[in-house]
Design a protein around this ligand. Structure first.
Ligand SMILES: [Zn+2]
Length: 683
């Protein structure tokens, strides 16, 4: 790649807080990354020889992390939301540079020794600093600082290989998802699929000079087909396409196949764990988690499974009675929706007009204001990565700006699936000026179409609340050290606490009243619909529970294996786990693992159980609001101060105990899912 002649014009090197996304070109990426790494490596060399490491020394080290993050965070963000050919190439070409930088940093003994000095000399009395030192020492050890000679070199190569394989896994999945289209020619095939999806498919067909409808495999289309298409054949077509993405089976068999990558990723993780002296990758994963042992995790998952499986079996038989025939996996979502309509009188699609995205956002921001006395104000920002992206300034009641939020809501090609929050900038009060935290909130909702605004299902609303929960965790931090601010340094199995906590509010009548307004008439949701939505929390909750447990247990057992796993063994383990906890058994061609990017490309490896683990914390936290009143300011302030504000500066269990006054209890989650009867006295 050619060097830019004028490197100072490189937008990635602009010191401004908000990235100049619109100006960033693929050719800016590598020069900026090389330059920042070379500058900051020199800085690390200087820090490695410091004689008397103190708090200022530690702050200088944090500035190094921040400087690299300032360049790399926008690049990896763009790679997730606009992963086009050249940008992706530029991103890929920098993975080795970034991985090397962090592995070298993690294995830097001079820095490690200085952390040990800081621990031992007792000067650092600030508890936050002590936590940085403690977690820092742990992370050096987990990065192989103690390794010698060939083991040290090998560890580095393993990290390198892992970073490349994980990136490739995600890219294969994105390409495989984007590549599939289904050309429907008869009305029968598209019957009962929501109109906006059908219209979009007709337009896409016209663009390609085809008759009929051309349907993509983007998340809104996939969901719509599986939930609403009355033609079982088209559901099966989509089920097969979705569940064989990036594999050796299905419509694009062998193209973008993640199978070999799965074997390689598992082998590399196992090798890394072994080099560090762990029995398995799962054991290594637990070293940074709230859970204390691998046994505790497996017991936790199995306990929940044994409590919920009978519920799931009973729910499945209700579905079968309705369908009046044995159900195939591609029938489940469809008949679940039918059952919801017949038992609860609730229809996802009928409710959509009540949840226009803008109205939901307005209501969500009002909730944030009510609970936490904060305000989100939309601001024009010319430098976004897509026309639909918006920027909000986060302010205290007195108008003081404390953070910012980018939103990117709509599904489109070259964008990673799912929904997530990630960090744009970290809060830091170490420099001369305070650096405000900024978050990216990304979803894959249906875009506005023609005159119709983006209309959400209630499930989308819950997703939005979830990601907004992560966002406020990041933004309402009061930790002055970036490495422990917001979600940083929080044990991964506790990080889903604020997100799943906030989901609870999406079911409350008072909240539904403000977020659920018909986009044309401004009518609010009828009270009986609100009650039905509340009841929908426990509707088929057993099936939902065992499905999550299936993923969690598969992931954890897979990473607990002490020897090399072939792809056949991976799929066999999936079958075994299903036999244990699931009640729905997919066809032979199902290759779910090939698209399980949470664990093969993301940070949930031997950590998918975190969703359920943190859901216990979230449900128990919300129970405090049920006791005190859902909008009780004092409880909200207490939650904010004990959980949201402290980030990683306190251990997750201590933060929880500070809020609740006791250790977590499982019962609130079981009550919330209908597995235990609800406490009728709760408000
Ligand atoms: Zn989450």
């Amino acid at each position: 790649m050619r060097e830019l002649t004028e490197i100072d014009g490189n937008p990635l090197l602009d010191p401004g807080l908000r990235p100049r996304y619109a100006d960033i070109r693929p050719e800016h990426v590598e020069p900026a990354v090389r330059r920042i790494i070379s500058e900051q490596s020199a800085q690390l060399d200087a820090l490695s020889t410091a004689q008397n490491p103190d708090v200022a020394w530690l702050a200088a080290l944090e500035a190094v992390y921040e400087a690299v993050n300032h360049v790399w965070s926008p690049v990896s963000h763009l790679n997730a939301v606009n992963s086009s050919g050249e940008l992706r190439d530029a991103y890929n070409s920098c993975i080795p540079l970034i991985t090397n930088f962090y592995t070298d940093l993690g294995q830097n003994r001079a820095l490690y020794d200085r952390f040990a000095t800081l621990r031992d000399n007792g000067d650092a009395t600030d508890p936050v600093v002590r936590q940085i030192v403690r977690l820092g020492l742990r992370d050096f050890e987990l990065a192989g600082v103690a390794l010698e000679g060939t083991a040290r070199e090998r560890y580095k190569a393993v990290m390198q290989g892992l970073a490349e394989c994980q990136a490739k896994f995600e890219q294969n999945l994105m390409d495989a998802t984007d590549a599939f289209t289904h050309h429907a020619l008869s009305e029968h095939e598209i019957a009962d699929i929501p109109a906006d999806i059908v219209e979009r498919a007709a337009e896409f067909a016209r663009e390609k000079q085809l008759d009929g409808w051309l349907l993509r495999l983007d998340p809104p289309t996939y969901q719509a087909v599986m939930t609403h298409a009355s033609d079982g054949n088209i559901r099966e077509t989509f089920y097969r396409a979705w569940n064989t993405r990036a594999s050796d089976a299905g419509p694009n068999a062998g193209e973008w196949d993640n199978g070999p990558l799965i074997e390689e990723i598992l082998a590399l993780r196992r090798e890394a764990a072994e080099l560090l002296g762990f029995e398995s990758y799962a054991e290594q994963s637990i070293a940074t988690k709230m859970a204390k042992s691998t046994d505790e995790v497996v017991e936790f998952l199995r306990d929940l499974a044994s409590r919920s499986k009978d519920f799931a079996i009973e729910e499945l038989s209700r579905l079968e009675r309705l369908a009046d025939e044995p159900l195939q996996p591609w029938d489940i979502a469809y008949f679940s929706e039918q059952l919801k309509e017949s038992e609860l009188g609730l229809s996802d699609e009928a409710l959509r007009p009540y949840f226009p995205l803008d109205g939901v956002l307005k209501g969500l921001f009002e909730l944030a204001e009510r609970l936490f006395e904060i305000e989100l104000v939309e601001q024009t920002y010319e430098q976004c990565w897509n026309d639909t992206v918006r920027y909000y300034s986060l302010r205290k009641a007195n108008g003081e700006e404390i953070g910012g939020l980018f939103t990117d809501f709509f599904a489109r090609p070259n964008k990673r699936g799912g929904a997530w929050m990630d960090v744009c900038s970290n809060h830091s009060a170490l420099g001369k000026t305070r650096q405000l935290p900024i978050a990216h909130l990304v979803c894959n909702f249906s875009a506005p179409f023609g005159e119709t605004p983006s209309l959400l299902t209630h499930n989308d609303v819950v997703t939005l609340f979830h990601e907004f929960g992560h966002s406020i965790h990041h933004l309402l931090t009061e930790v002055e050290w970036p490495s422990l601010a917001g979600i940083n340094g929080v044990a991964w199995d506790a990080v889903e606490l604020p997100s799943q906590f906030l989901e609870n509010f999406a079911y409350l009548p008072e909240v539904l009243d403000s977020i659920g307004r018909h986009y044309e008439s401004n009518e609010s949701l009828p009270p009986e619909v609100m009650q039905k939505l509340q009841r929908s929390r426990t509707f088929l909750a057993g099936l939902a529970m065992v499905r999550q447990l299936e993923f969690g247990l598969f992931d954890f057992l897979l990473h607990s294996a002490e020897d090399k796993q072939s792809l056949a063994q991976v799929h066999a383990l999936m079958d075994k786990v299903r036999n244990e906890v699931a009640v729905i058994y997919p066809p032979q061609y199902n290759r779910f693992a090939n698209s399980f990017s949470h664990i093969f490309a993301g940070g949930y490896a031997a950590g998918y159980y975190s969703y359920k683990w943190a859901e216990v914390l979230a449900a128990d936290s919300f129970a405090a609001f049920q006791e005190a009143g859902h909008f009780d300011r004092k409880t909200a302030q207490h939650f904010r101060a004990s959980i949201l504000a402290v980030g990683g500066s306190q251990d997750a269990i201590d933060a929880f105990v500070a809020f609740r006054g006791r250790t977590p209890r499982l019962e609130p989650l079981l009550e919330q899912s209908g597995i235990l009867p609800q406490d009728i006295n709760a408000a």
